[in-house]
Design a protein around this ligand. Sequence first.
Ligand code: HAM
Length: 426
Amino acid sequence: MPSFSSLPGFRDFYPEDLAIRSHIMAAWREAARRYGFEEYDGPPLEPLELYVEKSGEEIVRQLYSFEDKGGRAVALRPEMTPTLARMVGARARALRKPIRWFSLPQLFRYERAQRGRLREHFQWNVDVIGEEGEEADAEVLAVALEALRLVGLGPADVVARVSDRRLLERLLLHAGVPADQLPVTYAVIDKLDRAAEGKLRERLQAEAGLDRAAVQEVFGIFEHGTLADLGGAYAGVRGVDAEVDRLTRYFRNLEELGFAEFVTFDPRIVRGLAYYTGTVFEIFDRGGKLRALCGGGRYDNLLGALGGVELPALGFGMGDVVLAELLAERTLLPVAATRIDYYLVAITEAERGLLRRVAQALRARGHSVVYGLRPAGVGWQFKDADARGAAHVMVFGPEELVQGVVVVRAMASGKEERVPLQGLLE
Ligand code: HAM
């Protein structure tokens, strides 16, 4: 017999795994609800060209793409943002702005398998479209942190590292990076935490055509740990003061929203995707052991490029894989709770018909009810009830039925109660 296993990087969700995923998704939905975001979805398969233009080289290399039977070039969605841009573009006029939408898509990327990176994952996407001010940026990062707080993670566990491409652009131009080399330079800077500095210096020379002095200037930017420090060092450089002011207002907003302790300025954050134009952020575990839990930022030109409408936009994606790892590490995963409300036990076969009637009456009231699907000994039925995590066992015996009652036992306390059948069946 052939043995089948799942493809590398794809997961089977056994019930205990799905319970974790549901726990995470419930927190995502609850945070979105508290912040007034509406849920949407799109197709998992999209035209290939939706990603080729704007997402950037890295994601295009990882596409699951093929030709369908109608000869179309298609791809499984590797991210949600292009679909969102297309959908909003098609109805932009009719939608109330700013648009506040969220989604929980499963995404597919042909990645090199490593810790925290699979070939499919679920990603909570939250986006605001049609607002350019920094209050929107603060609101979006706040909802991401809210969800993490809901699953029990605090500022000692996670940190949002925040920057702004508009500020970095000013600093890079000042360092001598030509405007047309900014995209390559961002791609190299995005690797700062994951590659040796020497290698990246070489790449800046080879790929962005920078000389040694310019490379030195670029790396000088990252020596400033705080926004105030950086703002002081580059005060008066064209455009820098205004960008520092904008970020300062953004941080003040986050403080007023109660998230100051979660957030830190970090000029090394640029994000790997090509379309970001403004604030950018990534959320990490404080220990710095895991990959990013979440990444996002402002992409003010993407709606114009993919949706045909000029609308400022921003948002983030938070994946389930790294978050589940962090929750496991912090022992914050949900403990298996009671799974069913009532397990019905029949002492003899004669009670099974009545048992089924009562099961339906209880189910109609919204209770979860299970009974053994074939006659079995009472001891076996109680064991089964226990193994399935029943909160109550309801016993149908010949003597009690004569008296018109059933015995209900609460499994946790062992307390028993005689309950009239009449009331149960009504
Ligand atoms: P991203 O940084 O590519 O952004 O992904 C966001 C998050 O999804 C990552 O921080 C990570 O937690 C998770 N993730 C990404 N790839 C994988 C993978 N192969 N395996 C497991 N988890 C993964 C985006 O996708 C943007 N479209 C987010 C966005 C929305 N920006 C604005 N709006």
